[in-house]
Design a protein around this ligand. Structure first.
Ligand code: SAH
Ligand code: SF4
Ligand code: F3S
Length: 466
């Protein structure tokens, strides 16, 4: 292994299992837990691992945080408001504890890996009983034992880059599952804090991934979502002829009905991957391809390593190979120094591409990143005005873009009852867009064939096909 990578060994997992049993045997341990999750799918999946470990320690999930003996906040720090929201909620719990003194509070996730955060928690947030970073997650049983047996606060942040294997997982859904294929990120986009809090890029052994996917298929899972900050560079540093395209091909051959993945970096999106997608049987025709900006100079300052032209070329290639593919993106407005004309380039790119959906963000300065030192901070009002224009444009185009599905056949994996009606269910079609059809609770978790009949309030409506 290169650098400071370590693969968590079976012995370490056995050690943690022993701690879990020791916690289970403690008479005064918490009986119920509740995990509050912020941030991206990575964090959502980490929360499933936290839940799995806590259940191995004999705790049961409490549906409401007010009912739990132990509340864990899994935090995100990608933008300042994410961080503020998390801290606000943790502080609110301090009040709850006045009525319930036995309540235990833990904070974990990306925010804890920020420089100086462990110190701040020790000195400023004294009511937090346990804090740990993303690199310590797999040692939760050990930390819990220390907290409960020793009675002292535990604050643990490690710098090591870990690939945890074999953790117990309590999955939120039975029909769809997250599968992490790589951890960390090496791209250092100039605005982004993720590489600092999630460590260096490291890929899981393909055999472990295949094993996990086959296990999921056997247990009835119909859809897997492969996770990584930059899945296209999967395999870097691994021995042998390993690549994301090859991994995807092998997963396609397992027979899992639906395979999705995120996130892709445009600079690493190669033709081999497009070919595998086009010829695959189970790889869904959808792609999340964050563009961030439509202006070359801003893209250069963002350290994205592609131009507008190269990005548009990738989009063209994807659409040629996989006609009708669902496309989504992430966009940042108000990057330091962004002029009105540069913002207009983003608007014109959105107009040109016609995304099925776009996640738009106002630039947020993150301490320690290069962009935070760049001149030309855009005033809040201006950035807000820009994002409004961008959202309006996207919404006006989206109606039109979605019309291409009307009259087509689709297959949805039913996620739940529709928000609008009790007699309808909804789920995502192959292209990643939600479709609503008549149905009931018993349809949840099944794949339904349907014909899209229309578009109502930005939602596709369909009827079942036999
Ligand atoms: N690895 C993924 C996701 C990173 S975070 C990717 O590269 O796409 C998800 C999105 O948050 C990013 O795509 C970006 O649009 C946004 N983001 C990241 N840092 C940000 C910041 N400092 N301010 C505003 N938005 C940011
Ligand atoms: Fe952040 Fe860029 Fe890595 Fe995505 S690719 S996590 S935006 S540094
Ligand atoms: Fe947030 Fe960490 Fe994900 S910073 S976006 S939870 S990787």
């Amino acid at each position: 292994m290169s650098r400071n990578e370590i693969i968590v060994s079976t012995e370490e997992m056995e050690r943690q299992q022993t701690f879990a049993e020791m916690v289970r045997a403690l008479p005064h341990r918490p009986k119920s837990y509740h995990v509050v999750t912020y941030g991206c799918q990575m964090n959502a999946h980490d929360s499933e691992k936290i839940a799995g470990m806590l259940e191995s320690m004999g705790m049961a999930s409490a549906p409401q945080r007010e009912e739990a003996d132990f509340v864990i906040f899994n935090t995100c720090c990608v933008r300042e408001n994410a961080e503020r929201r998390a801290l606000g909620n943790v502080t609110w719990l301090k009040e709850v504890r006045k009525q319930k003194p036995e309540l235990l509070i833990a904070v974990c996730g990306c925010m804890i890996q920020e420089p100086g955060m462990a110190d701040r928690i020790l000195k400023q947030y004294k009511f937090i009983d346990l804090a740990f970073g993303t690199a310590n997650l797999h040692k939760l049983p050990e930390m819990m034992y220390e907290l409960l047996n020793g009675g002292n606060r535990v604050v643990r942040v490690e710098e090591k880059d870990v690939i945890p294997e074999g953790l117990p997982v309590r999955r939120l859904r039975h029909d769809a599952a997250y599968v992490t294929i790589m951890y960390g990120c090496d791209n250092f986009c100039s605005y982004c804090i993720v590489p600092y809090v999630r460590g260096r890029e490291r890929s899981r052994d393909p055999e472990e991934i295949i094993r996990e996917a086959e296990g999921l298929l056997e247990s009835g899972v119909k859809e897997i979502m492969l996770l990584g900050q930059n899945v296209n560079s999967y395999g870097k540093g691994l021995p042998g002829d390993v690549s994301f395209a090859k991994l995807l091909k092998r997963l396609d051959d397992t027979g899992i009905p639906r395979i999705r993945f995120m996130t892709s970096h445009p600079k690493d999106l190669c033709d081999e991957l497009i070919d595998v997608m086009a010829s695959g049987k189970h790889i869904l025709p959808q792609f999340h391809l964050p563009v961030q900006s439509g202006n070359d100079e801003i893209l250069r300052l963002m350290n994205r390593h592609y131009t507008r032209g190269q990005y548009l070329d990738r989009v063209r290639k994807l659409r040629e190979a996989i006609p009708g593919i669902g496309l989504s993106t992430d966009i940042i407005v108000g990057f330091p120094g962004e002029t009105e004309a540069q913002f207009e380039d983003t608007m014109s790119l959105v107009d040109e591409v016609r995304y099925d959906s776009a996640f738009t963000f106002i630039y947020s300065a993150r301490t320690g990143t290069r962009a935070a030192e760049m001149p030309g901070r855009i005033p809040e009002e201006e950035a807000t005005e820009r994002i409004k224009r961008l959202i309006d444009l996207q919404e006006s185009l989206q109606q039109d873009t979605m019309k291409r599905f009307v009259g087509t056949e689709e297959e949805i994996l039913v996620e739940g009852l529709s928000r609008r009606s009790e007699q309808a269910v909804s789920g995502k079609g192959k292209h990643g867009i939600s479709i609503s059809v008549a149905g009931s609770e018993k349809d949840i978790g099944t794949i339904l064939k349907c014909r899209v009949t229309g578009l109502k309030n930005n939602t596709l409506m369909g009827v079942r096909e036999a």
